[in-house]
Design a protein. Structure first.
Length: 684
């Protein structure tokens, strides 16, 4: 009798758009992945995964998984497809693209984002493919560009505190983040700090799961965060709760900021923000008198018209009090630019030499696809724009064009895949090589394939290699293997020239490594700005004709009782989904229930809406049907449309993005998902 085969474990990385970037341990038996767990040896993961990724095998082996190439045989959007061979699929795509790329390659548009955060399966061979062709360029703005630019103009880049250092904070301000849902490992660190005596404050329009568990929740009105930050500065300045030495040595433009902040009394900010004056005063006092004090800032803050200015204002606060001097002090929104990966080497932007190629904003894809002659073909990978892009009625109309040739690389038949001409089956994280940075912590994490690709699925890289050959791209840069690309990611000069460079051997052994970042990175200044200082005044913004100081910029759409659309609406992610990913995983969808709109009892009573009613949420852009949940999680005058459900699963085949607009933020050209007003009516 033979012994039963031994289980093997493979080290990997969570690929999803989350700041935690967990290190994974996948258990494999007889070539089948039977369990995915957090790596207990990785300090940030600490053996723990969220509910979504702990069910990753359910996603990989899902009965609806795309395993073969498919071509459309019905109307666009109908989801009617038939199986074809890879040869037929690639030849069909190549034959349709050849006349375009031969004479007008700028009419071919890539559309991708963070369906995987991997540096290899994300933008390596794919970007080389589009660069060599001279395709249109995609302005990848849909999530973080407003906040990213704001950090760059203030701190010099997407840099900040090390996430683990929040364990030493005595005051933690969680600003615009539902950490329990979207940053669970930070929440564990915050709980550790709380056990050591730290106080937790949450600033969020919604009484989220996180807000409910903090010592104080400030239910701010959407889009007014800069006003609150300026009022906090007002108090720091008028009471002289300042670190004058830090300001003098390591900041630029204090006197101008002082003048701006003194215009924002707590009384003025309280009226704008919908907060109590005494809460603003107390928070300023506590921030100044608690050492160390850290701010965990997240991207919800920057999803309104003045989002960039809001991030700039908040990012100025730690420099005023000298909070950066301490390991548990400062601010963290993104740690991306602490990393030293060789992104330029992976993507090779130098290969693009078509001056006619336009830069098309992914956040206004609805307008772009409906502009005559702008886009003739689009290849979508790592994204689901029909579900996630704003003002989705226009997005659907654009993708429904019969003259638009659309290719989608996917795991499942998403709303976007339903509109494709050809759908290509892509591998999941358990089936390919990749390497990952994190925007939450400062580690690099390696993903090794745990199982062979299911069915006929291929890696994104291999799909673009094979398609490139059919389009005559015999360039050697298209032939790098995935393992070679993972190694290339470590070949940046900043890594190779560091005192302790991260090596491929170390990554293979442990599955992760730490980029060299000081525990208190800006204790003595050294910000990566042109001046080397925290720039309260940005000469770069001034040179562009923009306000060099942060300020409060009111929302495009103002909610009040007399307006046509009197309710403000925000649309944060549902707890068990990640953007539109995981919506089709039955166990997670069962936990989430169905599309919901949270509405305050007062607003529900005015509209004769009962708990559990189907309601119509609408504005000039469209209408969305979902179930009302009457709850004080939503403040009066605010509704919360939890997203992002697939449109095909919605009651009237729409989702919350039917209502959002294609207007853009003050900087970063980003969408204003949380700058949206609506009306609600019962469908009883």
């Amino acid at each position: 009798m033979q012994n039963a085969p031994m289980n093997t474990t493979i080290l990997g990385a969570c690929p999803h758009d989350c700041p935690d970037t967990c290190s994974l341990v996948t258990t494999v038996k007889d070539g089948v992945a039977i369990k995915v767990q957090g790596n207990p040896d990785h300090p940030m993961t600490d053996g723990v995964l969220c509910a979504k990724v702990s069910r990753y095998t359910e996603r990989t082996y899902h009965p609806d998984r795309l395993l073969y190439p498919m071509k459309r045989i019905g109307p666009k959007g109908s989801g009617q497809f038939e199986r074809i061979s890879w040869d037929e699929a690639l030849n069909t795509i190549a034959n349709r693209l050849k006349p375009i790329v031969a004479t007008r390659p700028e009419k071919l548009l890539p559309y991708s984002y963070a369906g995987t955060m991997g540096l290899v399966q994300g933008e390596s061979i794919a970007m080389r493919f589009f660069n060599l062709l001279g395709a249109a360029k995609l302005d990848r703005t849909i999530c973080s560009s407003a906040g990213g630019e704001a950090l760059t103009y203030t701190l010099g880049g997407k840099v900040g505190m090390k996430m683990g250092m929040f364990a030493e904070s005595q005051l933690i301000i969680i600003w615009g983040s539902n950490s329990i849902t979207s940053n669970i490992h930070f929440w564990r660190i915050a709980q550790e700090a709380k056990r050591q005596g730290a106080r937790l404050v949450c600033i969020d329009p919604r009484r989220s799961e996180t807000a409910a568990k903090c010592d104080l929740h400030l239910a701010i009105k959407p889009g007014t965060d800069a006003a609150l930050a300026l009022a906090l500065m007002h108090e720091l300045i008028t009471h002289d709760w300042l670190d004058h030495d830090y300001i003098a040595q390591y900041t630029l433009g204090f006197e101008a900021l002082r003048e701006r902040a003194l215009q924002w009394s707590p009384e003025r900010a309280a009226e704008v923000c919908g907060l109590k004056v005494e809460d603003i005063r107390q928070l300023a006092h506590d921030f100044a008198h608690t050492t160390p004090a850290g701010i965990r800032l997240n991207y919800g803050v920057q999803r309104s018209r003045g989002g960039g200015n809001a991030v700039r204002a908040i990012a100025c606060l730690p420099a005023l009090t000298g909070a950066w001097r301490h390991r548990g002090g400062g601010v963290l929104m993104s740690a991306t630019h602490h990393a030293r990966a060789h992104n330029i080497g992976l993507q090779r932007p130098d290969l693009h030499r078509n001056p006619k190629a336009p830069l098309i904003n992914m956040s206004t894809i609805g307008d772009a696809l409906n502009t005559p002659g702008l886009v003739e073909a689009v290849i979508v990978y790592n994204s689901n724009p029909v579900a996630v892009a704003p003002e989705s009625a226009k997005v659907v109309k654009g993708f429904a064009r019969e003259d638009l040739f659309t290719v989608v690389l996917e795991h499942f038949m998403t709303d976007t895949a339903d509109h494709a001409d050809v759908v290509l089956p892509a591998t999941t994280q358990l089936e390919h090589w990749d390497i990952h940075n994190s925007y939450g912590h400062t580690d690099v994490v390696l993903n090794q394939p745990a199982i062979a690709p299911l069915g006929e699925a291929k890696t994104n890289t291999q799909i673009f290699r094979e398609l490139g050959l059919r389009l005559g791209l015999n360039h050697p840069e298209m032939q790098d293997t995935d393992e070679a690309l993972c190694q290339l990611a470590l070949q940046s000069p900043s890594n190779l020239n560091s005192a302790q460079p991260i090596t491929w051997a170390a990554l293979l052994k442990a599955g992760f490594a730490h980029w060299p970042v000081a525990d208190a990175p800006f204790a003595k200044g050294g910000f990566p700005t042109p001046s080397g200082k925290c720039e309260f005044v940005s000469e770069r913004l001034s040179a562009m004709g923009l306000d060099p100081l942060p300020d409060h910029i009111p929302n495009y759409e103002q909610s009040n009782a007399t307006a046509t659309y009197p309710l403000a609406m925000i649309s944060p992610p549902a707890r068990n989904f990640l953007n539109s990913t995981f919506v089709n995983v039955k166990s997670l969808r069962d936990m989430e229930g169905e599309p919901l709109l949270e509405i305050h009892p007062l607003d529900a009573a005015q509209r004769q809406v009962n708990d559990g009613d189907m309601v119509r949420v609408f504005n000039d852009r469209g209408s969305y049907h979902c179930k009302a949940q009457i709850t004080t999680r939503a403040q009066p005058g605010l509704v919360v449309g939890l997203g992002v459900w697939w449109r095909k699963l919605g009651a009237n085949h729409t989702n919350v993005n039917e209502l959002t607009s294609q207007l853009l933020t003050d900087m970063g050209r980003a969408p204003v998902f949380y700058d949206c007003t609506v009306q609600v009516a019962s469908l009883r």
